[in-house]
Write a protein that binds this ligand. Structure first.
Ligand code: TXA
Ligand code: MG
Length: 336
């Protein structure tokens, strides 16, 4: 079932949520695979549909800043961040209240809360009357879904339906900040950048796992950081450098297999002869972020054995793009 954003359709989709069914919802970041966060059975079906490891907790979506204290124990930082960035692509980790079932938080005593900016997501939360637990709408480990078509590709038979709210504006998942310890820690970069958060909380640090592969035995702050992510089917290699150096590297290293290149807009000419898709202009991280997952999904449809991605190391939103690419490549990122 595909619902649109009319009042009548939103009411129907909200009713499904209230009844414990799975409904995929649009947000400004990526589509979410939503269920009533207070209904354990409904939440269990999210994990089943995604094939998500049960040690990876879900984000609870709310549509009212006051619900910070309904579901969590907010501190002063939480209110500062909410005032500045909510509604929007920012998720906060806080001590959990008991109303949130343990399955949502994967047994942790904390909960991730987000107040999305997308009007359709807000309407669904309000009309259903429940907070919505929603991970990104993709089969676990695969690139997140940023259109209703992506969602149906992955979940046609396992959800009640998807509410089509158009293409996601950010294209990358929300920034995740843990407010549990003495100092806030950024666990996952997104469209809200560390620099912006430091304007409100100067002591924010960035978790090491954002930019590097942690040793297997190191405990991670966010379980999601430890799992394989955003990976296309093909073997994928990231290459940092100008288009000419990247094309030379590919010529030297590809051994006649079917390979594809993800390059920057306007640089396709360097890769003539290969399958080429571009994902935004060099230096324009917002554009790259918006198109990244849909481009990776397009490549997955093509039966290619190796993908080379021209990447950039960036600050601001660039850190989020780099973080996702690093994981898409299984940390095989080479400077050329
Ligand atoms: O933009 C987004 O955040 C999207 C949309 C749908 O809102 N959702 C999303 O959910 O990306 P998901 O499940 O794909 O990513 C949630 C991340 C995971 O890395 C998870 O481990 C982490 O947040 N997380 C959730 N609860 C946590 C907790 N209590 N402590 C630490 N990390 C947590
Ligand atoms: Mg995800």
């Amino acid at each position: 079932m595909i619902w649109n954003d009319s009042e009548a359709d939103l009411r129907l989709a909200a009713e499904q949520l209230r009844q414990g069914k799975l409904v995929a919802i649009p947000t400004e970041t990526v589509y979410g695979l939503g269920a009533n966060a207070l209904d354990e059975k409904a939440v269990a079906s999210i994990f089943r549909a995604k094939g998500r490891p049960t040690d990876n907790p879900l984000i609870v979506h709310i549509a009212d800043v006051n619900d910070l204290k309904t579901y969590a124990e907010p501190n002063e930082w939480a209110y500062l961040l909410a005032e500045r960035f909510w509604p929007g692509p920012l998720t906060m980790i806080l001590p959990k209240k008991d109303v949130i079932p343990n399955i949502v938080s994967a047994g942790l005593d904390s909960v991730a809360l987000r107040f999305p900016a997308h009007p359709v997501a807000q309407a669904l939360i309000r009309y259903s009357g429940c907070p919505i637990a929603a991970p990104s709408a993709n089969i676990s480990g695969k690139p997140s879904g940023t259109t209703a078509e992506h969602v149906l590709h992955d979940f046609k038979d396992s959800i009640s339906g998807v509410v089509d709210g158009g293409r996601c504006a950010c294209g990358l998942e929300s920034t995740v900040v843990s407010l549990l310890g003495d100092h806030p820690v950024l666990l996952r970069p997104g469209f809200i950048t560390p620099e912006q958060i430091r304007e409100v909380i100067p002591s924010l640090t960035v978790a090491r796992a954002v930019e590097e592969e942690l040793p297997k035995d190191e405990t991670v702050l966010s379980p999601g950081l430890a799992h394989k992510h955003y990976a296309p089917n093909a073997e994928t290699v990231g290459l940092i450098g100008d288009a000419k150096s990247v094309s030379e590297y590919i010529r030297q290293h590809s051994d006649g297999e079917s390979c594809a290149v993800m390059c920057f807009d306007g640089e396709e000419g360097y890769f003539a002869g290969d399958t080429v898709l571009s994902y935004g202009r060099r230096g324009n991280s917002a554009e790259q972020g918006e198109r990244l997952f849909s481009t990776l999904r397009q490549l997955d449809e093509m039966n290619i054995s190796r993908i080379y991605i021209n990447a950039e190391y960036g600050e601001g939103v660039g850190l989020a793009v780099y973080n996702r690419l690093l994981r898409s490549c299984g940390f095989r990122m080479i400077r050329v």
